[in-house]
Design a protein around this ligand. Structure first.
Ligand code: PMP
Length: 360
């Protein structure tokens, strides 16, 4: 007896593996906020948790209104999901059939590929220049079957930033029936004047969707809550395919409170940016190659073709209670990705890298 057989395309999927947890030590493998979350979010969650017997508002109206107010956008053109991951999955459900294609930049976020595979669609990777999305390479790969182009800005795991001029050029080169998804999971960390233009483009164009998450700067990864903003037709399609209660009452309430806590967000950005400026150069001084990052993480490259030295460093750090992320699944075996931690964690990380460099 063999039991029920999943679809062939499902069996091709390599399940997503998250960053490992640790009983003791520092978990710096999933780009989480080392400062936790807003106390107001915690309070709102506790208050809402007094009535867990009540179903959530499936449309997350209060949260959409809070998002609309915060960003000056129409709440009817916002949809919430169980993390931005779920929004991507819902896009796959709504727009991809077997044989269709999505395009991502070569070292794009792993979930894009999973979304394609789940629908029997193909994930086409466009080569990068110096680990940065290359607009011409993406446009050169568009075919009649292309349905979605995913662009994370900043990109995980490379930390790269694509200026709005390039985003605009990418959009201008796409047919109107190709959806351009601008994944802004790390948006709040970006200190660039042209960044908000992406949101404006999603307000005007018929085929641009911006996605955001409460998992990163807001420190609510455990609650699984994110959102998307874009054309009415795309938002409508997502509503049609989402579960009736796809986001929880506690997550919605915590997210509303988190949006109202500017001091927490500002503090988190300041902490991140000063630590990024400290840890990156310190690692370089120790002789490691560090890619420039506008996110809350650093990509570190080790000199060795097969990635053995990266694996050695990973094991060396792990033995000292520091878990960072190997980049094999991203096709970057020579690299490790380090999330920015608390000052104390970062001190330990630098000491461990120094010991590793000395050990040879
Ligand atoms: N996009 C990018 C680029 C990410 O790095 C992540 C999280 N690792 C996500 C989206 C998904 O975040 P979430 O589902 O927690 O909102």
């Amino acid at each position: 007896m063999t039991g029920p057989k999943p679809l062939a395309n499902i069996l091709e999927i390599t399940p997503y593996k998250g960053g490992q947890k640790l009983e003791h030590g520092w978990k710096l493998s999933s780009n989480e906020n080392p400062l936790g979350c807003s106390p107001a979010a915690r309070e709102a969650l506790a208050k809402t948790a007094e009535h867990l017997e009540i179903y959530p508002d499936g449309s997350a109206l209060k949260l959409r209104e809070a998002i609309g107010k915060k960003y000056g956008i129409d709440p009817d053109r916002v949809v919430c999901g169980a993390g931005s991951d779920e929004i991507f999955q819902l896009l796959g459900r709504a727009y991809l059939s077997p044989g269709d294609e999505i395009i991502q930049s070569e070292h794009g976020f792993l979930v894009y590929r999973l979304v394609a595979q789940q629908s029997g669609a193909k994930c086409i990777s466009a080569p990068e220049q110096d680990l940065k999305a290359d607009v011409d390479a993406i446009l050169a790969r568009v075919t009649d079957r292309t349905k979605i182009v995913f662009l994370a800005n900043p990109n995980n795991p490379t930390g790269s930033y694509i200026p709005f001029d390039e985003v605009k050029r990418l959009h201008a080169g796409l047919r109107e029936d190709v959806l351009l998804v601008l994944d802004g999971a790390y948006a709040e960390y970006v200190q660039k004047n042209d960044y908000a233009a992406g949101m404006e483009l999603a307000g005007e164009a018929p085929n641009v969707l911006v996605t955001r998450t409460f998992s990163k700067i807001h420190g609510l990864a455990g609650l699984r809550i994110g959102w998307a903003y874009g054309p009415e037709s795309v938002i409508d399609a997502i509503h049609r395919v989402r579960g009736p209660f796809n986001t929880t009452s506690v997550a919605q309430a915590a997210a509303v409170a988190a949006l109202g806590d500017d001091a927490f967000v500002t503090g988190s950005v300041e902490h991140n940016n000063s630590e990024l400026d400290r840890v990156g150069p310190a690692l370089q001084k120790l002789g490691f190659k560090v890619y420039p990052s506008v996110g809350n993480f650093l990509l570190i490259e080790f000199e060795d073709r097969e990635g053995r030295r990266a694996a050695d460093a990973d094991a060396f750090l792990r033995a000292r209670g520091i878990v960072i992320r190997d980049m094999n699944a991203y096709g970057l075996p020579k690299c490790l990705r380090l999330s920015i931690g608390t000052k104390e964690a970062n001190d330990d990380v630098l000491a461990a890298f120094e010991a590793f460099a000395k050990a040879g």
